[in-house]
Design a protein around this ligand. Structure first.
Ligand SMILES: [Zn+2]
Length: 448
C-alpha cells in the first residue's frame, strides 16, 4: 500500500536532527517516519538539507482582539507563513471576551469558517461572573483559562480582584486546566503612569519605567501564593526579567504547580538599545527591559521557560504611533517572525538550535495546553503538520506579511533561515511565497 505523501529532508526530533529522513503521510496523519530510502507514495517532495520540524504551536496569540472574530482570516494566514500550524488564541476578543459556552461556540464556528490554521482556545472569567461556567468550558475543550491583575480594557481585558482570583483558581483544580495570568500590579502601574504624565514624560522611553519590575514581580508572587493555597496550575503568561523565572522555579521546587512563559521578543530586543529606533513599535506589557537579554538566555539554558510564544497582537500601526506612549496599544505582531528570529538567535547563542526550537515552540506548548498526541512532534499518529525551515540569509520585509497589519519591529532584519513550506494535516498550505487553498483550520480541543 502506498502512502499519500512522503516529505524528505532533515527531520528535527528530540534526540537530534536526522539528515536524509522522511515522513510518510496517510490522510491527515503521520503514518511512519524513517531515514534512507523512503517508502512508495502517491506524491513526494524532497526538501534536501532543509529542516523538517513539527508544525509549530504558538502558545499565545491575540487574533481577535482588534477586528473581532473575523480577525482569524488574516492572522491564521500569517501563522502558516511563519510555520505555525496551531495558534493558542487568547480570550480577550473584541467586543466581548470568551467567558461562556455560547461565546466559545461562536468562536469555534469562526475558526472553522475563517481560519487557515488549527486553533486551540483559552477562556476567561469576567469580574463578578462567578465560576459557574468554568466546568462546562473545560468540558467543551478550552485548553486553559486566563485572567489579569491589570485592567487593559474594562470589558474585553478586565482586572480580577484577589478574592475572585482565588475562587477561580480553586474552581480550576477539578478541570485540570492551567490558569494564565497577565501579571502586573494595577495600582503601581497606574500611579507610575500618572506621575510620568504629570511630569510631561510621555515619549517611548518612559514606557519601561511606567511599569516597574516590582509591579510585575509582586503580581506574579501574589498569584503564585494563591496557586499554593488552592493547588491550581498557575501559569504566568509572560515574564520580562530573569527574576520572574527564578521566582516561578522557586515555587515549583516547593511543590506549587507553577509555570512561566517566555515571549520571543524579550529574547531579542533590549530597551536600552532599541527604544530610540523603534519607539512604540516595540511597546509590549510587561515592557521589554534594558540590559536583561543575556540573563534571559541563561534562563533558557537553565530550562526555566514553560514554552516560547509570539504573543502576536493584531494592532494596526496607527494604534501605536500616537503622540503619547501611554495611549499606544501594547502588543506587536509576531507570527511570521517567531520561528525565523528565534532560530537565528538560537543559532548564535546555543549548541542545539533546532532541537531547542522544536522543544520550546512545538513540544512544550503542545504538552502544556493538552494537545500532545495530536500536535507538537513528528511521530506516527500525530497530525501531519510540518514546517520546513530552509537555511540561508533571509531579509524580513514586514510589508509582505499576511496578517493584514504589515508592520513589525523586526522589519528589515536578516534572519538565518526562512519558512520554505508548511503542511497542515497532510495538505501543503504554504509554499514559501503564498498561502494555498481555502481556510481549512479546525478547533483543537484539549485532550483529557
Ligand atoms: Zn498576550
Amino acid at each position: 500500500m502506498a502512502f499519500d505523501l512522503v516529505l524528505r529532508g532533515t527531520l528535527v526530533r528530540p534526540a537530534g536532527p536526522t539528515p536524509g529522513g522522511w515522513i510518510a503521510v496517510s490522510g491527515e496523519r503521520i503514518a511512519a517516519i524513517g531515514a534512507g530510502a523512503p517508502p512508495p507514495a502517491r506524491a513526494e517532495e524532497d526538501f534536501g538539507d532543509a529542516l523538517l520540524f513539527p508544525g509549530f504551536v504558538d502558545g499565545q496569540t491575540h487574533a481577535t482582539s482588534y477586528r473581532g472574530l473575523s480577525g482569524f482570516a488574516a492572522t491564521s494566514r500569517s501563522a502558516l507563513a511563519g510555520g505555525v500550524t496551531t495558534m493558542v488564541d487568547m480570550p480577550y476578543d473584541n467586543p466581548d471576551p470568551l467567558d461562556t459556552v455560547a461565546r466559545l461556540e461562536a468562536k469555534v464556528a469562526a475558526v472553522e469558517s475563517l481560519s487557515a490554521c488549527d486553533v486551540a482556545l483559552y477562556a476567561t472569567v469576567a469580574p463578578g461572573q462567578g465560576t459557574g461556567e468554568m466546568a462546562a468550558l473545560a468540558a467543551a475543550g478550552v485548553c486553559a483559562f486566563k485572567i489579569s491583575s491589570f485592567e487593559s480594557h474594562p470589558v474585553r481585558f478586565p482586572r480580577l480582584p484577589a478574592d475572585e482570583t482565588r475562587a477561580i483558581l480553586a474552581a480550576s483544580v477539578p478541570t485540570g486546566l492551567p490558569v494564565g495570568l497577565h501579571n502586573e500590579d494595577q495600582e503601581i502601574v497606574r500611579g507610575a503612569i500618572a506621575a510620568l504624565k504629570a511630569a510631561g514624560k510621555t515619549t517611548p522611553e518612559w514606557h519601561e519605567p511606567s511599569r516597574p519590575l516590582a509591579a510585575e514581580l509582586a503580581a506574579t508572587a501574589h498569584f503564585l501564593e494563591l496557586g499554593r493555597a488552592t493547588g491550581a496550575h498557575v501559569h504566568i503568561v509572560h515574564l520580562s526579567h530573569p527574576l520572574g523565572y527564578e521566582l516561578v522555579a522557586r515555587y515549583r521546587e516547593e511543590g506549587v504547580r507553577a509555570t512561566g512563559e517566555m515571549c520571543v521578543h524579550y529574547l531579542h530586543f533590549d530597551a536600552a538599545r532599541d527604544t530610540a529606533r523603534l519607539g512604540a513599535r516595540m511597546k509590549v506589557s510587561p515592557p521589554i527591559r534594558a540590559g536583561v537579554v543575556d540573563a534571559l538566555w541563561r534562563s533558557l539554558a537553565a530550562d526555566r521557560f514553560a514554552l516560547v510564544s509570539s504573543d502576536h497582537s493584531s494592532w494596526p500601526v496607527d494604534n501605536k504611533l500616537v503622540p503619547s506612549i501611554f495611549d499606544a496599544g501594547a502588543g506587536i505582531p509576531g507570527l511570521e517572525t517567531l520561528v525565523p528570529s528565534f532560530y537565528t538567535d538560537l543559532l548564535a547563542r546555543t549548541d542545539r538550535p533546532a532541537e531547542r526550537l522544536a522543544l520550546e515552540v512545538a513540544e512544550k506548548p503542545a504538552r502544556l495546553f493538552g494537545l500532545w498526541g495530536v500536535k507538537g512532534a513528528l511521530e506516527p499518529g500525530f497530525d501531519a503538520d510540518v514546517a520546513v525551515l530552509a537555511p540561508g540569509a533571509w531579509r524580513f520585509d514586514a510589508s509582505t506579511t499576511r496578517d493584514g497589519l504589515n508592520w513589525s519591529p523586526y522589519d528589515g532584519e536578516t534572519f538565518a533561515a526562512r519558512v520554505a513550506a508548511t503542511y497542515l494535516r497532510g495538505r501543503k498550505v504554504w509554499d514559501g511565497t503564498s498561502v494555498l487553498g481555502a481556510a481549512g483550520g479546525r478547533f483543537v480541543p484539549r485532550r483529557g
